[in-house]
Design a protein around this ligand. Structure first.
Ligand code: ATR
Length: 277
């Protein structure tokens, strides 16, 4: 260890809308840590060069985000157990010998936000919409949490079938039957980009959803999506995606800067104030 400031950042393309510098910046200041967390615009064809340059540049590591999570996986020297299961990396740690370890913390972000915002809740039968990278992380997290059934629904059914083949323990449901599939579930999750600002809303009839269910939207801009409003209207508890963003950041911060940070209402307010409408 030297006494120079620790460095970390987030690689993405584009990266200017990322809330991660705001999020890590708040923690650095809050804990009085001498460090910097910077946005790193990296084009897809430069990803390998950029990752390999981290040790020489003195970086403790970085986050990787859209569109790099799967490509970064292939470029790591080793993987954490979760990353190895889902084939995706969002957190890179530079080891003492300059090698790179890739972790995936999206699933732990999902789990810890659910624990914080729906205390005591245990997933049973679950319906999950979407089959992208976020869906893979959520399926893995649900399996770790002991969900008894995971109904996976995606517009492009082949992608859902691919997730089912690769991760196992998932029942693929036809997109046209998504509303019916809400029957008897105690958790419904949107991991599609529908409902995100500028995108159409998700078309789902919530009437079959049991009133004691939890609805979780990984979208956090807007904070209160039509999905969450409609679920609340049938009595469901709702959890917005901002908690997943905040909680997925904590393990990386702990590795790079040596302090395990807390997700507090103040942090949440600070990060939300950085959302561009
Ligand atoms: P991420 O890695 O963030 O999950 P992604 O891989 O682009 O992002 O996945 C986006 C998800 O939103 C997919 O499940 C996608 O469905 P398809 O696999 O059919 O593309 C879903 N999605 C995006 N636009 C959609 C739309 N108009 N209707 C239904 N699903 C949509």
């Amino acid at each position: 260890m030297t006494d120079s400031a620790a460095l970390a950042g987030v690689m993405g393309w584009p990266i200017h809308h990322s809330l991660s510098p705001r999020l890590h910046g708040w923690w650095l200041q809050h804990y009085g840590i001498k460090g910097h967390y910077v946005p790193l615009p990296v084009a897809p064809e430069k990803l390998e060069q950029a990752l390999r340059a981290l040790p020489a540049l003195g970086f403790a590591g970085c986050n990787v985000t859209v569109p790099h999570k799967e490509n970064a996986f292939a470029l790591m020297d080793r993987h954490g157990a979760t990353a190895a299961r889902i084939g995706s990396v969002n957190t890179v740690v530079v080891e003492a010998d300059g090698s790179l370890t890739g972790h995936s913390t999206d699933g732990i972000g999902f789990t810890n936000s659910l624990r914080q915002e729906a205390p005591g809740f245990i997933p049973g039968k679950v319906m999950l919409l979407g089959a992208g990278g976020a869906a893979r992380a959520v399926v893995d997290a649900l399996q770790q949490l002991g969900a008894t059934e995971i109904r996976l629904v995606n517009r492009t059914q082949e992608r859902a079938e691919q997730v089912a083949t690769e991760l196992g323990g998932v029942t693929v449901v036809n997109w046209a039957e998504r509303s019916e599939a809400l029957r008897e579930v105690n958790l419904v999750i949107n991991s599609t980009s529908l409902g995100l600002i500028g995108q159409p809303p998700l078309d789902l009839d919530f009437s079959p959803l049991p009133a004691d269910a939890v609805a979780y939207d990984i979208v956090y801009n807007p904070l209160e999506t039509a999905f969450l409003k409609q679920a609340a209207a049938v009595g469901a508890r709702t959890v917005s995606g901002i908690g997943m963003l905040l909680h997925q950041a904590a393990p990386g911060f702990a590795s790079w800067f040596g302090t395990t940070p807390e997700v507090t209402p103040e942090l949440r307010q600070h990060v939300l104030a950085g959302l561009t409408p």
